[in-house]
Design a protein around this ligand. Structure first.
Ligand code: TNX
Length: 565
């Protein structure tokens, strides 16, 4: 039974009784869920009465008008709002003396309590709104919360203006909106700095416009990282100037295996595509404006058959192979030769030039080692380096490439198999075969990103496979994603801090189009955002369920083909 105070406050929504509310109930987020359907739920939210109604004379005021990043954040907020409402919403410098009426004020405020660079405070009253944050990234996160408090019609303008609108299907208009924001006081910061989503564009190429749409959706749910899986056995998708055959040859395959494993057959249709460096730059800038950092992945030494098809001398045998047409784990792997390392350094030089972020992902998963075991070249490397066997050779391989990246000031990330022969020093371990490899790596002093296939593989089914499109693996329903915690109880103090965060993955063996990706990713991405942002004690499945319908209306307006829960 809900205490009387909570019922009263729920009805009145007056700021004065919110203390009673938060002390008087076991589910703090449920009370305000309908009025403030924000996802991920903010760390603290104090409901208040009334609303700020925007009109033709509302202004956007910047306390730091000279800061280009602040201006960019303000424009990203103002432009769709102008288009949707028809209000001019001019942006100008905030006068030194406040408070301002009928204005939305953006202000950098290093004094905000906390230490996350993404922390922000959003205060909305009947007079206006003030968004304060320690950094432009925090300001951007705050604008996305504000965006979610505006009517979903704002999303139609986002879509109409976006470079990705071409790939969004037409939807019925959500109609004329009242441009109001409910009064509230939000103080917010993320639980984890690394809040990631992955996308495999190697198994099926996804057009640049869709990659932008995906990034935009991640930004809406306050994700910080986009892990772009750019190469695999079935395709190499990034232009490398020094080695043009990677895309001339490696970006195209003869056909694709379709259907369930075991009953699959080739479709006889060529598939391919790649991103030019100009397109990559454009996407990186697009993500940066939304404070999303891209983690590019170049797979090695396994899942590299497209590269070997382009340059057979990268394998130990040198035998010609074609870009893979089937799924699974192929025997073709890069040879640990000086030629291969020189090639990889060339590739990574161009990758680092394109991607300014701190992390580069070097793959490292599912490496078959038969070719190494048989190769005189590989055996000579093991002898020279004093390596006990092929597992240690994998550690040497990844560690050597990692040292190259570290020498240029980058961190390197690898799938958890990089730990099999001993973890290469400095590596960030991405735990995908459940949580145990991540727990083990954290205990051994490594930083870890939890991306377990038991919880966060969105190529797995969302519901009964009998009535769902073909997926991989078992069923991972929305609730399992919602309840995910990147920090397992097994980790003690000193170890827990090594978990940088978590990540959902979308592998595309069976996902051929952007629409199919959206169907598998949404709404699970939305559930994951709360698992990665919101403090555990503020999370509530019930409240999430109350807030989700408003988010789905937003996705409708954005033309996202999600799976209706
Ligand atoms: C395993 S996850 C893989 C991918 C597949 C995926 C299918 C990982 C690091 N390797 O190559 O696409 O399973 O779920």
């Amino acid at each position: 039974m809900r205490p009387l105070a909570a019922l009263l406050c729920g009805a009145l929504l007056s700021a004065g009784c919110t203390d009673l509310v938060s002390h008087g109930r076991d589910d703090p987020a449920l009370e305000w869920a309908r009025r403030y359907p924000v996802v991920p739920a903010p760390a603290t939210l104090r409901p208040a009465r009334g609303e700020f109604v925007l009109d033709g004379s509302t202004r956007l005021l910047l306390a730091d008008p000279a800061d280009p990043e602040v201006r960019s954040v303000a424009e990203l907020l103002a432009a769709p709002l102008r288009a949707a409402s028809g209000f001019p919403l001019p942006v100008s410098a905030a006068p030194a003396s406040g408070p301002e009426r009928n204005a939305l004020v953006l202000r950098l405020a290093a004094e905000l309590p906390g230490d996350s660079p993404e922390r922000y405070r959003l205060s909305v009253t009947e007079q206006g709104a003030v968004l304060a944050a320690a950094t432009p990234a925090g300001l951007f996160r705050g604008t996305q919360t504000l965006r979610q408090l505006l009517p979903p019609a704002v999303e139609e303008a986002v879509r109409a203006r976006a470079d990705w609108r071409g790939i969004a299907p037409a939807r019925a208009s959500t109609g004329r909106a009242r441009w109001a924001v409910p009064a509230v006081e939000i103080e917010d910061a993320p639980r984890f700095a690394y809040r990631g989503m992955h996308l495999d564009v190697a198994r099926h190429f996804m057009p640049p416009e869709f990659v932008k749409k995906y990034v935009d959706l991640l930004a809406l749910y306050r994700f910080s990282h986009f892990h772009w899986h750019l190469t695999d056995d079935q395709g190499w998708r990034i232009e490398i100037r020094k080695h043009p055959r990677l895309t001339e040859v490696g970006a195209w395959r003869r056909e694709t295996m379709v259907g369930r494993l075991g009953a699959a057959a080739g479709d006889g249709r060529p598939h391919g595509g790649f991103y030019t460096q100009a397109e990559v730059r454009d996407i990186v800038a697009y993500a940066a404006a939304r404070h999303v950092t891209i983690v590019p992945e170049i797979e090695m030494p396994g899942h590299a058959r497209a590269a070997i098809a382009a340059y057979p001398e990268l394998s130990c045998s040198g035998a010609p192979v074609e870009v893979a047409t089937g799924w699974g784990i192929h025997a073709d792997v890069l040879c640990p030769s000086e030629r291969t390392f020189a090639f990889l350094e060339d590739v990574l030089d161009e990758v680092m030039e394109l991607f300014p972020g701190p992390y580069v992902h070097v793959g490292g998963d599912e490496v078959r080692k038969e070719q190494w075991a048989e190769s005189p070249v590989a055996r000579e490397v093991m002898r020279r380096e004093g390596l006990a066997g092929v597992e240690a050779l994998q550690t040497y391989f990844v560690g050597r490439v990692g040292r190259y990246l570290e020498a240029q000031g980058r961190r390197y990330v690898g799938w958890d198999e990089i730990a099999q022969g001993g973890i290469p020093p400095g590596a960030v371990v991405m735990s995908w075969r459940g949580m145990l490899p991540g727990i083990d790596a954290a205990r051994r002093g490594h930083e870890v990103i939890m991306a377990p296939d038991t919880h966060l593989y969105f190529d797995h089914y969302q519901a009964n496979p009998a009535s769902e499109p073909l997926g991989i693996g078992n069923v991972i329903p929305l609730r399992v994603v919602y309840d995910f915690d990147p920090v397992p109880p097994d980790l003690g103090p000193g170890e827990r801090e090594r978990v940088l965060g978590g990540q959902g993955s979308v592998w595309t063996e069976h996902l051929r189009t952007p629409g199919e990706v959206e169907y598998m990713a949404f709404p699970r991405v939305i559930a994951l955002s709360e698992a990665l942002w919101t403090p555990v004690e503020r999370r509530s499945w019930k409240s999430f369920q109350e807030r989700l319908p408003a988010q789905l209306r937003r996705l409708d307006a954005l033309g996202v083909r999600y799976r209706a829960p």
